[in-house]
Write a protein that binds this ligand. Structure first.
Ligand SMILES: Nc1ncnc2c1ncn2[C@@H]1O[C@H](COP(=O)(O)OP(=O)(O)O)[C@@H](O)[C@H]1O
Ligand SMILES: [Mg+2]
Length: 305
């Protein structure tokens, strides 16, 4: 008969990028939490040659350098036999055009116009520009890269920025700037294995369009207990995503739902992060890394079935 001592010491690789061999305060908590639950865990750079196939699970964490080589990154994801989140989820989630699918599914999302690279000049001409401050950002991006705020009268600059994104080969997203981000920040609602874990608030990240150089009032990041209406919308986002992708929520090892309140106070999705979100472990209660590690064990058990 097998006893607990016979359980193999399973290996988890945490994928990072070459420019971040030293991982931050958040990530530093993960290997110990995984070890506490009996797993061997190690960091590995995604575009270096490693025995990826030998790991029981490869977990995407701080692979933040993929944005200008998404194809290479997706090819690597697809080559890893046991990846979390799954490669198909990563493919869908690394292009913000998924916001359109969630809008169609009835989820409240920040109003978003997708501007595809088109004929020179043509695409920019047809944009329904917001009549208040707005954001132009790439459909593939992370860490606010390429996201810029504009005032309505800065249309010419916005068109130039949009064309620059098109020249890089990505679609552009145009959204009204949500002033609640300045007042109260955006709320990140974090789930492990489809189950709510914790929340935190992020302050504004984009420089103001009026050149004042002053970021808004909200400071962050800090831990928060999200209001019930925020949590409810976050749950709706996960359900809609699970239905769209045809996978159970449980198979999302981690998910971060970034919400902002519209001017009427109703929560809306700003971004759904299923690829490499910062998960706010250093801000959350001490058990958050252990809930993550427990979700990893659950995923390993499911894969062994
Ligand atoms: N429509 C918007 N209204 C207010 N702030 C925005 C808006 N779009 C982006 N931002 C700001 O820019 C940051 C980065 O944009 P986001 O869509 O989250 O892309 P990513 O995090 O993938 O770069 C957000 O965290 C937020 O601070
Ligand atoms: Mg974001």
């Amino acid at each position: 008969m097998r006893g607990p001592g016979d359980v193999p010491n399973r290996e988890v690789l945490l994928a990072t990028s070459a420019d971040r061999p030293e991982t931050g305060v958040d990530e530093a908590l993960l290997p110990d939490a995984l070890a506490e639950l009996g797993l061997r865990a190690d960091w590995a750079v995604w575009d270096e040659s490693r025995p990826w196939a030998e790991a029981d699970l490869v977990v995407l964490r701080t692979t933040w350098d993929y944005t200008n080589r998404r194809d290479e990154f997706l090819k690597w994801c697809e080559s890893v036999p046991a990846l979390a989140n799954p490669a198909s989820v990563v493919r869908w989630n690394t292009d913000k055009r998924y916001l359109g699918e969630l809008i169609s599914a009835g989820v409240p999302v920040t109003p978003t116009e997708v501007v595809e690279p088109g004929e020179p000049g043509g695409a920019a001409e047809s944009v329904d520009w917001p009549d208040r401050e707005f954001v132009v950002k790439p459909s593939v991006g992370a860490g606010s890269r390429g996201a810029v705020r504009f005032l309505p009268e800065q249309r010419a600059e916005a068109v130039r920025h949009l064309r620059g994104l098109h020249e890089e080969g990505v679609a552009a997203l145009v959204q009204p700037y949500q002033p609640a981000v300045d007042r109260e920040g955006e709320t990140a609602v974090v789930f492990f294995g489809g189950v709510y874990s914790h929340g935190f608030v992020k302050g504004p990240l984009l420089d103001p369009a009026d050149d004042s150089g002053e970021l808004g009032l909200a400071k962050g990041p800090f831990a928060t207990e999200p209001a019930p209406e925020l949590r409810r919308v976050a749950e709706d986002v996960l359900d809609a995503t699970s239905a769209l992708l045809g996978i159970p929520r449980r198979e999302l090892l981690y998910a971060r739902v970034d919400l902002v309140r519209g001017e009427d106070g109703a929560p809306m999705l700003l971004e759904l992060e299923l690829t490499e979100p910062r998960l706010g472990f250093s801000l959350a209660d001490r058990a958050a890394p252990l809930r993550f590690a427990s979700a990893v064990r659950s995923e390993l058990a499911h894969r062994a079935e």
